[in-house]
Structures are given as structure tokens and as C-alpha cells.
Design a protein around this ligand. Structure first.
Ligand SMILES: *[C@@H]1O[C@H](CO)[C@@H](O)[C@H](O)[C@H]1NC(C)=O
Ligand SMILES: *[C@@H]1O[C@H](CO)[C@@H](O)[C@H](O)[C@H]1NC(C)=O
Length: 337
């Protein structure tokens, strides 16, 4: 029998050292934000949140020790990951409808039974290599949190924050603002967090200054060396989300501007942002980051769970309000005249 079939050659990984990539199902969609507005019930705008069930309006201390279930495939990861939520604003009557999230379909591995949610990456160097001999990666510490991007941004966000217009599964070019034409497969958003830490602060007043961004190119590119002010190389955290805008395409009259808005309704897509709350149990993330030659799944160094189990993890809805639609105003945005 001939062993080198073309089919096998196609699926053989070109590179094998990359870090972690895994799906997390939707945990909750509510107006809560324990990083930017701790204690606020409700927070200013609606978020799509995935991860551990210790999520709450206020989160302090060791989240990984408090979580008892997680919507992520990595069973020891009780971190929370969230972004604003995409809404469709009807060009004909101004009403809003929340855009559903559907699982990301990565090229290898598929979405593995995730329910909505987003895909999380912790890469060590770039998409296919870890570079550990030159540059060891340090895990975040309990209590660590950060944000990337800002809802009040009025100019193009940094290159790690991107939109793609899915035509079927074809992702197309990365853009700094919303697509201007309907996308048959939905809108794909990417949030790359900075990967250099000041080595001291678990947070900072703007939730960003304790980290330093070295990303200057699209995609999962090797980041430049960390500067003296932020000398510690951390995992490069990335979120990918697919917003199923397809069902609204027939309500988008040809030739009219983009009708999609974030839940804070900025004037453009520049306000795209994301929040991260570290919550891995014990040294689980450090063990994964110390491991070389792992193609995305941790190579057995950390525990995984079936997504059918992850999908059963829930929290109580504390903010009792309708967020889906059709709504005359976005939750928290008052009523238009
Ligand atoms: C969230 O906070 C409330 C009020 O402080 C508390 O009663 C509740 O147990 C917390 N929930 C979780 C999941 O920690
Ligand atoms: C606005 O338009 C949408 C889509 O056509 C429709 O479903 C909704 O009922 C309308 N809302 C109002 C308040 O007319």
C-alpha cells in the first residue's frame, strides 16, 4: 500500500509549535463589566461574556480558585473573556436587534460543539512557532486584568483590532472598520491583546498602561522585543468572534451605509474593544506556556473537557432586562427623542 496519499499530505500540520487555541461557549449576555465598571449593576453597555462561572459585577482575588465550571474547552481555565455586543440598527425605523454569535470555524479542528461563544488563543510567539528557547513566556498572575481598545475611540484602532467580511467561510481582508457591504457568512472580529507586562501591576487606572503593545502587523506575527518599561513577555491573548449578520442582510437596503453598531453605539467601528480577567487554576497556564512543540491543544499538559460539558456551565442573569430586540433604544442608552 502506498502511504503518502494526497489527502494525508494536506492535513499534515506544516508547523507544530504554537501555544493554545480553544473554543469557549457563551456564558452570558448582560450589562456587567467587572474590569471597567466594578460593582455597577447594570454597567453602561451590553457585553458578550465567556469563561468561568465566578463571573460577577465585582471580581477580586484568585478567580481560578472560585470557579466551579467554565464554558471553555480547557477545564482549568476559569478566566473571563468579553467584548461589546453587535446590534443591527434598522435603516428604515431605527429599531435595534442584537446580532447572534455563532462558533468560529478554525481551519483545523473545527468548533468542537461550542455554543456561540468565541475562540481564545494564547500564543507564545506567532501562529506556528513558540520560540521558547529565545523568549520564555510568563503566565498572568491571580487578579490580573486588562482591556484593549476603547468605546470612545474616534480614530483607527491599533492593528490588532480588526474586522473581516465573511463570504461563506472566506475571511477576506482585515479592516479597521465595519464592512460596507453585506457579508453572507457574518462579520468576523479579532481582538489581539498586548503581550508585554510591566512585571508589577495586576491592573492600572486605564486598565491598559500596565501592558505594552508591540504588534505592528496584521495577523499572528512575531511581536518585537518587549521594552525596558514592560520587560516581561506574556502570552499573546487573542479573541475571534463571528457575528451572524446574515439574517439582517435583506433588511440592509443596497447602497446605504453599514447598519451595524456596537452596544455602546459609537459612530463607527473604531470603538471595538475587549476585556480579559485572568482565572486559570494554579499553574495550569504556566505549564501550558512552558511546553514546546504543542499544536494549539496543550499536548496533554492541561485538562480538557467536552464542549457538551462546557455548554452546561451557566450563571444567573442578574441584570433583568431585554437585550435581544426589536428595541427602540440600546440597553443603557436611554430613549431617543
Ligand atoms: C456575585 O456577587 C454577589 C453579591 O456580592 C454574591 O452574592 C454572589 O454570590 C456572587 N456570585 C458569584 C458567582 O460569585
Ligand atoms: C422595525 O423594523 C423591523 C424590521 O423590519 C421590524 O421587525 C420591527 O417591528 C420594526 N419596529 C418598529 C417599532 O416598527
Amino acid at each position: 500500500m502506498k502511504l503518502s496519499s494526497p489527502a494525508l499530505a494536506l492535513i499534515a500540520p506544516i508547523a507544530v509549535q504554537a501555544g493554545l487555541r480553544f473554543p469557549c461557549s457563551t456564558l452570558t449576555i448582560q450589562r456587567l463589566d467587572p474590569v471597567v465598571e466594578p460593582g455597577a449593576m447594570p454597567a453602561a453597555h451590553v457585553h458578550h461574556i465567556v469563561g468561568g462561572n465566578a463571573f460577577n459585577a465585582t471580581m477580586t482575588g484568585d478567580v481560578g480558585e472560585r470557579g466551579t465550571c467554565t464554558t471553555c474547552q480547557m477545564a482549568e481555565d476559569f478566566s473571563n473573556y468579553w467584548t461589546a455586543v453587535l446590534y443591527f440598527k434598522s435603516p428604515t425605523n431605527g429599531s435595534y436587534h442584537r446580532v447572534p454569535v455563532i462558533p468560529v470555524q478554525p481551519l483545523l479542528g473545527g468548533s468542537q460543539g461550542a455554543s456561540g461563544g468565541l475562540t481564545v488563543y494564547y500564543t507564545q510567539h506567532d501562529l506556528s512557532t513558540d520560540n521558547l528557547k529565545q523568549n520564555a513566556v510568563k503566565s498572568f498572575q491571580p487578579g490580573f486584568r486588562m482591556t484593549v481598545g476603547s468605546p470612545t475611540a474616534t480614530s483607527k484602532p491599533h492593528i490588532g483590532l480588526r474586522y473581516q467580511c465573511l463570504q461563506g467561510q472566506n475571511r477576506g481582508a482585515e479592516m479597521s472598520d465595519f464592512p460596507t457591504k453585506p457579508c453572507t457568512g457574518g462579520i468576523f472580529t479579532t481582538h489581539h491583546f498586548p503581550a508585554c507586562w510591566d512585571g508589577k501591576n495586576l491592573d492600572s487606572p486605564d486598565h491598559q498602561s500596565h501592558m505594552y503593545n508591540t504588534i505592528t502587523m496584521d495577523g499572528f506575527m512575531p511581536a518585537a522585543a518587549c521594552p525596558a518599561s514592560h520587560p516581561v513577555r506574556m502570552p499573546q491573548v487573542t479573541y475571534e468572534t463571528v457575528w451572524d449578520t446574515s439574517k439582517f442582510n435583506s433588511l440592509w437596503p443596497s447602497g446605504t451605509p453599514n447598519p451595524f453598531v456596537w452596544s455602546f453605539e459609537g459612530t463607527s467601528g473604531y470603538g471595538t474593544h475587549a476585556d480579559y480577567m485572568f482565572g486559570w487554576k494554579g499553574d495550569a497556564l504556566q505549564r501550558a506556556m512552558d511546553k514546546s512543540e504543542c499544536f494549539y491543544d496543550g499536548c496533554g499538559s492541561i485538562k480538557k473537557q467536552a464542549m457538551s460539558t462546557a455548554n452546561q456551565c451557566t450563571i444567573k442573569e442578574t441584570i433583568k432586562e431585554e437585550t435581544l430586540g426589536w428595541l427602540t433604544a440600546l440597553p443603557g442608552r436611554g430613549h431617543p427623542m
